[in-house]
Design a protein around this ligand. Structure first.
Ligand code: ATP
Ligand code: MG
Length: 387
C-alpha cells in the first residue's frame, strides 16, 4: 500500500508538554489536509497518511510541507515486515545503470535479520534485477531506504523530502506582527510562526498619503502568511493624523523615531486588548537608521510589559530575501506601493537617538490621545487560507 510517512522532531517530545505538542501537531496535520480524503495513523516515532487520492499526491505533499513541526516525509510502500514481502517490493525497483546503496533502519528489533544483514540481502536483490547497476556505499546515485517500524510494518522509499521543522503552530502562544508592505516583516512573522507562535497582525496606513493598493498589498501578504498560519486577524490602523502631528511639531530628524515609538505603544495596547503575548517586527540590525542598536533601544523603551521579538535581527538582507522567496511573499513585497513610513521621510534621520531626546520631542505632542485615536479607529479583517 502506498503511504506518506511523516517524521517529526523528537527533541520536544519529552517531559509533560509532550502530549500537548503531539496532539497539536496531529490536529494541524489533519487541518492542513481539509478537503482531502485520507486516513491517519500513528506508530512510534512516525505518522502515516494512507488511503489518499494518489492523483492528488503532489498537492497533499505540498500542504504537509507547510506544517510546522514536521521534519521530513517520504512517499513509501508499506508492507508487512517479512523478508519475502520486502524482497518482493525491492525486486521491482528499476534503476538502470545507476549506482545505489540500501539504507536499513530497524526500530523493530524482533525482525530476524540485523540491519546490516538485511541491507546486504536487499542489495543482492537490486543487483539481480538491474544487471548494469553497482553498489556504491559512499556516493550512491540512488538511495533505497527500508524502515522497519514497531508496528511490524516495513516502509520502502527512495527519497526523504525535507519539511519545515520548527514547533507545532499553537504551542508557543500568540504574537502581534507589525506588518508593513516590505520584505522583512512577513519573513519575521513566518519565522515566529515556525517556532509555534500563532499570529495577529497590525498594519499602519497613511491614507490618503498612501494608496488603496498599498493596503491591498498588505492584505495579500497576510493572506500568503495564512498558508502557514491558517488565519490572521489583521488590525489596520490609520496613521496619517499621527504623522501630520509629528511632522508639524517635532524636529524632522526625529520623525521616524517618534513614529516608531507610537507604533509600539499602539501595538502594546492592542496586545493587551487581544490577549497577545509578544510584539514582532521585521527589524534587522544596521539595515537603516531606525534599526541601529540605539534606535531600537529608544523604540523598545516604550513597550513596558511585553517582549519585542525581532527574528530577522541578525540576518543579512539576502538571507531574508531568500526566505521571502521560499515562502512566496517576495513578489508581493516588491510591488512598488509606498509604505506609510516613506511618506514623511526626513532627509537625515537620527542614527543614534537617546531616550531623553525622544521624550523631549514627544513633549510637544499629546501622545495619549494620538494612541487613543489610533486604537479607536482600527479596522479589523480576519483573513484565512483559501479566502
Ligand atoms: P519591512 O521590509 O518589513 O517593511 P523595512 O526594512 O522596510 O522592513 P522599516 O520600514 O524600518 O524596515 O520597518 C521596520 C519594521 O517596523 C518592519 O519590519 C515592521 O515590522 C514595522 N513597520 C514598519 N512600517 C510599518 C507599517 N506601516 N505598519 C506596521 N508595521 C510597520
Ligand atoms: Mg518598510
Amino acid at each position: 500500500m502506498k503511504v506518506i510517512l511523516l517524521r517529526f522532531g523528537e527533541l520536544y517530545l519529552k517531559g509533560h508538554n509532550r502530549n500537548i505538542f503531539e496532539n497539536t501537531l496531529i490536529q494541524n496535520i489533519k487541518n492542513s489536509l481539509t478537503g482531502e480524503t485520507f486516513s491517519f495513523s500513528k506508530t512510534f516515532g512516525r505518522y502515516v497518511i494512507s488511503d489518499y487520492d494518489e492523483k492528488r499526491q503532489d498537492e497533499i505533499v505540498s500542504k504537509l510541507k507547510k506544517v510546522f513541526g514536521l521534519y521530513s516525509l517520504s512517499i513509501a510502500e508499506e508492507v508487512d515486515a517479512q523478508l519475502e514481502t520486502i524482497k518482493q517490493v525491492v525486486s521491482n525497483i528499476k534503476i538502470g545503470k545507476q549506482s545505489f546503496k540500501v539504507f536499513v533502519k530497524r526500530a523493530d528489533k524482533t525482525f530476524p535479520l540485523s540491519s546490516m544483514e538485511l541491507a546486504r540481502e536487499l542489495g543482492g536483490v537490486v543487483l539481480d534485477n538491474n544487471n548494469e547497476s553497482t553498489v556504491d556505499l559512499y556516493n550512491p546515485q540512488r538511495e533505497i531506504y527500508v524502515d522497519i517500524r514497531l508496528n511490524h510494518k516495513a516502509y520502502i522509499f527512495d527519497e526523504i523530502i525535507k519539511c519545515q521543522g520548527g514547533l507545532p503552530l499553537g504551542t508557543s502562544g500568540k504574537g502581534l506582527l507589525l506588518l508593513s508592505g516590505g520584505i522583512d516583516s512577513p519573513v519575521a512573522g513566518y519565522l515566529m510562526a515556525k517556532r509555534g507562535m500563532t499570529l495577529e497582525a497590525l498594519h499602519f496606513h497613511s491614507y490618503p498619503y498612501t494608496s488603496e493598493q498599498a493596503r491591498d498589498k498588505v492584505i495579500e501578504l497576510a493572506r500568503l502568511l495564512c498558508e502557514y498560519v491558517g488565519e490572521i486577524k489583521l488590525h489596520i490602523v490609520s496613521f496619517a493624523r499621527v504623522q501630520e502631528e509629528i511632522h508639524k511639531r517635532c524636529k524632522s530628524e526625529f520623525m521616524i523615531t517618534i513614529m516608531r515609538r507610537i507604533m509600539m505603544r499602539v501595538a502594546e495596547r492592542l496586545c493587551k486588548a487581544n490577549n497577545l503575548g509578544a510584539i514582532i517586527t521585521g527589524e534587522s540590525l544596521g539595515q537603516v537608521a531606525s534599526q541601529t542598536m540605539q534606535s531600537m533601544t529608544v523604540t523598545g523603551n516604550v513597550v513596558k510589559e511585553l517582549p519585542v521579538f525581532r527574528p530577522c535581527i541578525a540576518m543579512d538582507k539576502e538571507d531574508i530575501i531568500a526566505v521571502s522567496k521560499d515562502i512566496d511573499t517576495y513578489e508581493t513585497s516588491i510591488l512598488p506601493y509606498e509604505d506609510c513610513c516613506t511618506v514623511f521621510l526626513p532627509k537625515n534621520p537620527v542614527i543614534k537617538p537617546t531616550i531623553k531626546q525622544a521624550e523631549q520631542e514627544e513633549s510637544y505632542l499629546n501622545i495619549d490621545s494620538l494612541v487613543e485615536e489610533c486604537i479607536n479607529r482600527e479596522e479589523v479583517i480576519t483573513i484565512r487560507k483559501d479566502s
